[in-house]
Write a protein that binds this ligand. Sequence first.
Ligand code: C2E
Ligand code: CA
Ligand code: CA
Length: 597
Amino acid sequence: MKRDRRGRRTLRPGLLARMARRRADDALRLSAERYALAAKGSNDGLWDWNLTTGEIYFSERWKAMLGFEDHELPNAVDSWFGRVHPDDRPELEALLSLHLEGQTPHLEAEYRICDESGAYRWMIGRGMAVRHPDGRAYRIAGSQTDVSERKMAVAELIQNAFHDALTGLPNRLLFMDRLTSAANRAHRKPGSLFAVLFIDLDRFKSVNDTFGHAAGDAVLITIAQRLEASLRPGDTVARLGGDEFTILIEELADSADAVRIAERIGSETAAPMTFGEHEIATTASIGVAVNTNGADRAEDLLRDADMAMYRAKKLGKARYEVCDHDMHERAHEILSLERDLRYAIERDQLHVVYQPIVSIPTGKVAGFEALTRWDHPSRGAVDASVFIPMAERGGFVRAIGNWMRREAFLTVARWHSRFPNGGNPFLTVNVSGEELAQADFPIKLIEAVEESRIDPACIRLEVTETAIIRNLEGAANAMQLLASNKIRFAIDDFGTGYSSFTYLQRFPIDTLKIDRTFVSGMLESEESFRIVEMIVLLANVLKKASVAEGVETAEQLDALRTLGCGHAQGFLFSQGVSASRIEAALEDGNSWEHLVR
Ligand code: C2E
Ligand code: CA
Ligand code: CA
């Protein structure tokens, strides 16, 4: 034993190498024993390859997994690599050399290998090299596991998850995936066209009912085959469910291409089919949407095709319809209007108009209904019948309601103090169902009343029957609380809802407003006349006020007077008028009456 300059013990280089080799041999012997044990017990095939001599050993099991007896397959590298699927071999070889070069801790590769019958089986090959001290591999051994069944199970899972069991066609999930990819591709390549066809069989239910479900299934399978056969390889046919199919066609030359395909599919689906002694004929309604409409998102396109299909059904079935530009424009217009509406308050685009309500016996203005108007920068005045439902859907009708009531309360309070001889007209304001359902609605309203110093007794809140019925408990509480603060209620559009006696008595209701549709039809339709008569009678019996809405002619007014209706409101007298116009008229010394014809 030698010592180095610092006195540590050193070994001669030859000895070092010998010791290393012995350690390796020991390891090898151990591993050989382990290997023998493993080879017997394992379900996997084992292999051991001497890289110096090129000899390779395969366990009996390794060969049996491929369907060979031990003697039937020579112990040669070609027995393995020569049987690997040509598509998988380059990767297997690459992974092997990576590991032999020492770049990976072990070998693991998945590949197909040809068995005795000529069929390919999926295998995972694992291995680990034994190396010289300098790192060079001189031997590698490992195992081969048959994963064909697992692979097949996974493939089946994928097939089931993305395909329809009856027809084998892609299902909605896969279709949407392909459609999304097509949309993304088109996005990258402006001007490229693709189309969605939505196909719904006509009267399919009656096939099921008449011939039974087995025949129904057979029809679906036949249609699926016809659709597939009529398309080019790259296109996708899917079954969305029931008797609904969709087709994705890519790389259209022009949108007329899609129409030609729809025509062809229409005639091909209509060809009669025979099942046993039955001959069954079906037709299809087809909707076509091409990405030229500005709809280039997958869902939008599918929806457009669906809507067009629906139109084809309505127009008589067995035909196709193309999603037209106008249809799309309209949808777009509504959306952009809704966006604008969100900012209408802060941009100062809303204002309130006041429509006079006239006492029928005296002909004098008794009050006003406040109606909100929207001055749209490019569309001009938009009626509440257009934008209030929009605000309700968009969830911001409360903001509009709060704004308009403060505005209207302040205005009417000003009128009362400036024109004390006007008889203090009452003010009615509309409350939407959304607002009535809010817990803080009464508090907010009372606050607005106090702020504006309007006399609460002159306020009527107009609520609809639907708003009350939808939330009986909440509405009752809110209305009682407000009524105890002297505020009164009118039922708007009376007659169109439930017209139930129960709530008329239980709730603090002061006025019934007869819906416009009955008033405008009362002289033409006996039924409308009877309804108006009934409501007036009901109001008089229950000692409530009645207001007829939408009075447009003197004849209607006469009829209402005869029936004993208390008030009238409508274009016969006046439309909604701005506060400034009303005030200007009053300043000129005119009375309230002057406001109406
Ligand atoms: P409504 O309560 O039935 O209001 C009367 C509607 O009928 C008003 O339309 C009015 O302009 C219209 N009208 C009045 N007289 C006549 C007539 O003689 N003939 C015809 N054809 N129409 C007449 P508008 O302003 O478009 O309001 C529509 C609905 O929107 C209202 O129906 C009301 O329910 C709601 N609304 C209006 N302003 C507001 C508001 O500020 N808040 C809430 N929540 N709803 C409002
Ligand atoms: Ca109203
Ligand atoms: Ca009404």
